[in-house]
Design a protein. Structure first.
Length: 302
C-alpha cells in the first residue's frame, strides 16, 4: 500500500499545532517554470518572503511516492535540479504515490495536499482556467473543479492571460468559487494589472480577507476555495501593447502548428517569453512575489 500521509516538516508541523501562520507554495514553478539555476534561487527567495511576512513556508511536492508539505534544503535542491521530477496535477497524485515517483505539484495538486494538511492559505502565480475555443475543444484546467471542492484561500494574479478570462470567471461563479479583488475592482490579467473584467467584491487589507475566510467557515456549505486576485504592480507588469501583440502571434502559431491539449499552455507561455525577451517571465515573477507577500500577511491576520 502506498503511503498517502502528507509528511510535514518539523517547522510546518509545529506551526500548525500551535496555530501559527503557514503559507503553502507550489513546486511546479521550481521544476518546470524557470531556467536553472535561477529556479532554486527563486524558490529560496519565495520561502524567505513568507518568513519575512511572519509565516512559515510549506513548499509542496511529492518525493519517492510520498507527499511533502515543507521541504528541507536538499529536497528543494532535488526538485530544482533532478530531470526525472514529473509535473503532477491532482489526478496524477494516486499513480505517482503508487509508483513511488517524484513530482512537482501544480495548483490543483498543491491546493489539495495543502488543504488536506490543514493549511488555509496558498500563494501561486496565476490559475488555470477555460481555454480559448472551449466550445470546440472542451479544454478546461483541472484547477477549477478542484477549487470548487477544496476549502483553501488562493492568492494569485488572476488566471493566465492566454486563457478565456470572461469564460473562466463565469465558470468560477457556476462552481461557487468566491473571488475577491485585492485593492482592485478589475480582475487581474496575470502579466497585466487588469484583464478589463470586473470583480464583484473588493477588499483592501489582509484583515478583510481573513474576515471573509472566517465567515466562509462559519456559514459552512460547499467546501469551495476563496480566490484573492492580487494584481501585479503596474510598474512591473508586461507592456500591455506588447502583450496583446505577442499573444496574438502566439495563438496564430499555435493554430498553424496544430498544437492541442496540454501542450497549448507551455507552447504559448514559451512563445511569450521568447518574443518579449524574457519580460513576460519577469512580470510573472513580480506577480508571484507580490502574491507570496500578501499570502503571508493574510495567514498572519488569521
Amino acid at each position: 500500500m502506498p503511503d498517502t500521509t502528507t509528511h510535514l516538516s518539523a517547522e510546518v508541523r509545529e506551526a500548525l499545532a500551535e496555530r501559527r501562520p503557514v503559507v503553502a507554495l507550489e513546486s511546479t514553478i521550481i521544476a518546470h517554470g524557470l531556467p536553472r539555476p535561477r529556479n532554486l534561487a527563486v524558490a529560496q527567495e519565495l520561502e524567505a518572503l513568507v518568513r519575512s511576512g511572519g509565516a512559515v513556508p510549506a513548499t509542496v511536492a511529492v518525493l519517492d511516492g510520498r507527499p511533502h508539505a515543507g521541504l528541507a534544503r536538499h529536497q528543494l535542491e532535488r526538485i530544482a535540479e533532478d530531470d526525472s521530477v514529473r509535473k503532477l496535477g491532482h489526478r496524477d497524485l494516486a499513480p505517482a504515490l503508487a509508483a513511488g515517483a517524484s513530482g512537482a505539484t501544480t495548483v490543483s495538486a498543491t491546493a489539495f495536499l495543502a488543504a488536506r494538511a490543514g493549511i488555509r492559505v496558498f500563494a501561486t502565480g496565476g490559475l488555470g482556467g477555460v481555454h480559448r475555443g472551449w466550445t470546440e475543444t472542451q479544454d478546461e484546467s483541472a484547477d477549477l473543479r478542484l477549487l470548487a471542492r477544496t476549502r483553501i484561500t488562493v492568492v494569485c494574479a488572476g488566471v493566465k492571460s492566454i486563457l478565456d478570462v470572461p469564460a473562466t470567471l463565469q465558470r468560477l461563479e457556476t462552481l461557487g468559487v468566491g473571488v475577491l479583488g485585492y485593492g482592485t475592482e478589475r480582475f487581474p490579467g496575470f502579466y497585466l494589472a487588469s484583464s478589463g473584467e470586473p470583480v464583484d467584491w473588493t477588499v483592501s487589507t489582509p484583515e478583510e480577507v481573513a474576515a471573509v475566510m472566517d465567515a466562509q467557515e462559519t456559514l459552512g456549505g460547499a467546501e469551495a476555495a476563496l480566490i484573492v486576485a492580487n494584481p501585479v504592480p503596474e510598474a512591473e507588469q508586461l507592456d500591455p501593447v506588447l502583450h496583446d501583440q505577442v499573444l496574438a502571434e502566439a495563438l496564430a502559431a499555435c493554430e498553424a502548428r496544430g498544437v492541442t491539449g496540454q501542450a497549448v499552455t507551455p507552447f504559448l507561455l514559451d512563445h511569450l517569453m521568447r518574443r518579449t525577451g524574457g519580460a513576460s517571465l519577469e512580470a510573472n515573477l513580480a506577480a508571484v512575489r507580490g502574491n507570496v507577500r500578501l499570502a503571508a500577511r493574510i495567514a498572519a491576520a488569521l
